[in-house]
Design a protein. Structure first.
Length: 334
């Protein structure tokens, strides 16, 4: 599995593994080649894999293990947090990263976001000296997932064989293909018009629903921050009021969206830290780190950002009168 890659620039390969033996052999060989070249290595795999991977790599120093199910809970947060932090720790050395962002059993709602993440690696890291090996279970992932692997990775490996991907596409092409219309909010969604003076009331109303739905206190705080950032940005950059909607999507998540006039066209917005001169992007970066999934859609001159926060299981859907309504929190429904 040693690839002999040296110098600067990104190498982004996919590894299709067949079973646990194949999986551990591929990781061990990739890590061994990197450590032989004195390259720092990070291995990010889901929690249920950490024990066996840690045991397999126990003899290697200079290896950082990370729980992908935690750092990649929202796939859009992987690059701006774990990957960039690791890369920036070693600015003058070539690095190796093993990642498994999509694994059998991961909830379907995260799938498209994982495809976007893999395409984004090709946009966000091309100038860095890093070899990335992404792992995919060829025996249990569906055929469309494996097709997307070829679209987002220039090189695909299987066992000892590495070959250029015939289906590889430019990242912007992949990202455009991931865009789907957001399903409409349910009729029961709270809907309010928000101006700058109404941000405190918006926070209170959304938090009341979140508490009634069973969202833990620390996650309610995350939601308050995310909603404030999105609404404030929408009002500031759209030059007018925004529309906020929120609802409990039974049985397992709380959803909130902010819509306003204006467009957001930079695919890396919220994926990498904004430059000092940029007018937008800092708040969205924070939102990506706080929420479990984030959908961004710009259609007909307007932008909607919809955030999802997972509710603990078993989740209780609040009764209609279990939380203050928007009017009670000082907001006027549309």
């Amino acid at each position: 599995m040693g690839d002999g890659v040296t110098g600067r620039g990104l190498r982004h390969d996919a590894l299709l593994y067949a079973d646990d033996h194949d999986y551990l052999d591929a990781i061990t060989a990739f890590v061994a080649a990197g450590r032989a070249a004195d390259e720092p290595v990070m291995v990010a795999v889901p929690a249920h894999r950490l024990g066996q991977v840690g045991t397999a790599l126990g003899a290697f120093a200079g290896v950082t293990l990370a729980d992908m199910s935690a750092i990649g809970r929202n796939p859009a947060a992987i690059i701006p947090t774990a990957l960039r932090d690791f890369v920036h720790r070693f600015p003058d050395r070539r690095l190796r990263i093993v990642g498994e962002s999509l694994w059998p059993g991961r909830r379907p709602a995260a799938y498209r976001h994982c495809v976007e993440h893999e395409a984004m690696i090709n946009l966000a890291l091309p100038a860095y000296s890093v070899s990335v090996l992404c792992l995919f279970d060829r025996s249990r992932l569906p055929a469309d997932a494996l097709a997307d692997v070829g679209r987002t990775h220039p090189v695909v490996r299987s066992g000892a064989l590495a070959r250029p991907s015939a289906g590889y596409q430019h990242p912007e092409t992949v990202l455009a293909g991931c865009v789907e219309a957001l399903p409409p909010p349910p009729a029961s969604a709270a809907t309010v018009r928000v101006e700058a003076a109404g941000l405190a009331a918006l926070r209170a109303a959304v938090a009341a629903t979140a508490v009634a739905a069973g969202l833990p206190a620390d996650r309610v705080d995350d939601l308050r921050i995310a909603v404030t950032e999105l609404a404030a940005n929408a009002i500031t950059h759209a030059g007018g009021p925004a529309t906020a909607r929120w609802w409990v999507a039974a049985p397992d998540e709380l959803v909130c969206e902010i819509s306003s006039h204006g467009t957001l066209t930079d695919p890396l917005a919220g994926r990498i830290p904004a430059s000092m001169s940029a007018e937008r992007g800092r708040g969205l970066l924070l939102v990506q780190q706080l929420c479990d999934l984030v959908d961004i859609r710009t259609v007909d001159g307007g932008t909607t950002v919809r955030v999802h926060l997972d509710l603990p299981a078993p989740a209780a859907v609040p009764a209609p009168r279990s939380a203050p309504d928007a009017a009670e929190c000082g907001l006027a429904p549309l």
